[in-house]
Every structure is written in C-alpha cells, then in structure tokens.
Design a protein around this ligand. Structure first.
Ligand SMILES: C[S@@+](CC[C@H](N)C(=O)[O-])C[C@H]1O[C@@H](n2cnc3c(N)ncnc32)[C@H](O)[C@@H]1O
Length: 322
C-alpha cells in the first residue's frame, strides 16, 4: 500500500513517474528519456539511416545559413536562445557562420539535461572560443516564464529537431502562446518541424532495424530502476511505435509481454501490469503548412519565411509576432 503523498516527492521526476504509472492508461513523459545514458543513445539515433530528421534539418541550415544570418542580425545585436539544445550539432552550423560573419550575439542554450548542457558548453569553448555562451538548465515551461527578462535587445528563439512534435496539440498551442507572449515586436521564433510524408518513412524512423530506438525507449525503465530503486525488467517490455496518417501522430509505447508486478522503492509503490498492458512514452506529431499556419495564428504569430529540403520532408519556419 502506498503511503507517500505526491506532494511529498522530492523530485518532479518521482512525482511524474508516480502519477504516470498509477494512471489508466499508464504513461511516462518523453522528457525523461534524457538522462546521461539517454543523451548518448539519442546521439546514436541521430546517426541512424532511418532517422532522417537530423540529416534533413542539417542540410536546410547549411543551405540557408546566409539567409538566416540576414534575418536574425540586428544593429544592437541579439540573444540566440535555443530551447532543448541537445548536443547542438545542427546549431553549430549557424553559430560558426554567425561568428565568421562577426554578428554580435550571445548563445543561450536551454536544456533539461545538465549533462548535455555541460558537454555542449565545453565543446563550444573548444570549437568556437570567441562565442559568448550562457547555458541555462531547466524545463521549457520554467524557462519560458523567464524569457520575458530578455527584453534589452532583439531575441531569436530556436526550437529545432521537431521538438514541438513531442507536445500534444493543446500543449503545443499553449507553448507557442507562451513563446509569442514573451516576444517583443522585432523578436523572431525559428522552429524546425517534421512534415507529414510516406507513413513507412515515418514509422521506420521510430523502429530502426538495429533496435537503438527500442533501447532508448526501454532506458526510461532503466532510469526508474537507477534513480528510484525499481526492479523493472526492461526486456519484459516490447517497444511499439505506430503512425496514424490521418492525425499525423506517431506514438511510442512500451508493452508488457506478461502479467507482472514491479516494485519502485523510493515511491513505496507496487505497479501491476496485465499481460499486454501498455505505457505510452512518446508523441512525435507531424505537421503540414496548413496546420502550422493555424497554430501560429492561434498563438498570435505568423510565418514570415520557410525553408525546406527538396522533398519537403522537413521544414524550418521563421515566425514573427502578429
Ligand atoms: C530530441 S532532442 C533534440 C535536440 C536538438 N534540439 C536537436 O534538434 O538535435 C530534445 C532535447 O530537448 C531536451 N528536452 C526535452 N524535453 C525538455 C523539456 N521539457 N525542457 C527542457 N528541455 C527538454 C532534451 O534533454 C534533449 O536534449
């Protein structure tokens, strides 16, 4: 019998795991994929042949870096704030180009993962020593509330890698509304968005043949074992991604292969799974121009420019305040 009240949990992770695994149906938030091990596995995912998102966005940034320098530059300089910066592999294209062009700017990478931020700051120090970097560790929600502080000069907010797709549609809209309300009239929001396409291509991106994405998904259970003293057997769960071309939603689950009970010591909790019961772990929503324009309008933004690869597989949009 559980005796801990959710308000007594010492970390947000503990509270969210408790809430997700005592709900029906069960769920865990994808933001918890990214512990040290998860960061490493995600970097492997970005190099998989099936995970086209990174390569496509990389090419778009490479191809359009001069146009972006022109759009972002401002006589009094600007703050380049990246939400969910990760390893910054793609952003470095812009950081190097802007530095070569002697643009006056400060880079503010934001990420929930302390580990990934430290790594990024140290890489940037080596690769672009003249770059001004001010890392901020935290969740989008919290950082978005603080964004209004950055009002002394133009700010350009980056949100790459189709991270917007990890938010359910209502949260995505609220997220964009918060971005919009933190923006002054000259500020810009630059977002990378994976597009609706052949369902086979999308599904393969979340179901690679080497099983790396499956391990990324199962690492969430390993993280609960490590951090909350649980005894999940990750191999007793299958990774189950699927894509619905009607809604554009890709979803991933962990599905229990058998009836089982898991102990989570720090939560003083026993979690029972029926055979084939699922835990929903990730949403990767795919968009098109119509749905992006609608979201933008609802949030008080408008698309001022967009850039895509030759097959319209992936798009990067610049938004202005309406
Ligand atoms: C899918 S990776 C993308 C990284 C990078 N933007 C790219 O395009 O390659 C998502 C990144 O966002 C971070 N992240 C996920 N959810 C977050 C949240 N709620 N608040 C802050 N960072 C978050 C993760 O730690 C991870 O580094």
């Amino acid at each position: 019998m559980n005796t801990i009240k959710p308000s007594e949990f010492t970390t947000q992770f503990a509270a969210d795991v408790f809430e997700g695994l005592t709900s029906h149906p069960k769920s865990l938030s994808s933001k918890y994929f990214y512990d040290k091990k998860g960061d490493e596995i995600f970097q492997e995912i970005m190099h998989l042949p099936e995970y086209y998102l990174t390569g496509k966005e990389f090419d778009i940034l490479q191809e359009n870096k001069s146009a972006l320098a022109e759009a972002f530059a401002s006589p009094s300089g600007f703050d380049l704030i990246e939400l969910g910066a990760g390893d910054g592999k793609k952003t470095k294209i812009l950081l190097k180009h802007f530095t070569e062009k002697k643009l006056d700017f400060t880079f503010v990478p934001v990420d929930i993962s302390h580990n990934v931020l430290q790594q990024l700051a140290s890489d940037l120090q080596k690769e672009i020593p003249e770059l001004k970097v001010t890392p901020r560790q935290g969740m989008y929600k919290k950082v978005l509330e603080q964004l209004a502080e950055y009002q002394t000069r133009k700010k350009v907010i980056l949100f790459l890698g189709s991270n917007i797709g990890n938010l359910p549609q209502e949260e995505a809209l609220n997220f964009l509304k918060k971005i919009s309300s933190s923006m002054a009239q000259d500020d810009l929001f630059f977002m990378g968005v994976d597009q609706k396409k052949n369902p086979e291509t999308i599904l393969a991106a979340y179901n690679d043949t080497q099983g790396v994405t499956a391990e990324f998904n199962r690492n969430l259970l390993r993280r609960i074992n490590r951090e909350l003293g649980a005894n999940f057997d990750p191999d007793a769960f299958i990774h189950w991604p699927f894509y619905d071309p009607e809604t554009g939603m890709a979803k991933s689950y962990l599905v229990s292969k058998k009836e089982q009970t898991v102990q989570i010591n720090s939560l003083n909790l026993e979690v029972h799974f029926a055979a084939w019961e699922s835990i929903h772990t990730e949403i990767s929503q795919k968009y098109d121009d119509t749905s992006i324009s609608w979201l933008a309008r609802e949030a008080g933004l408008s698309v001022s420019e967009s850039f895509s690869d030759t097959e319209n597989c992936f798009k990067n949009y610049i938004f202005k305040k309406l």
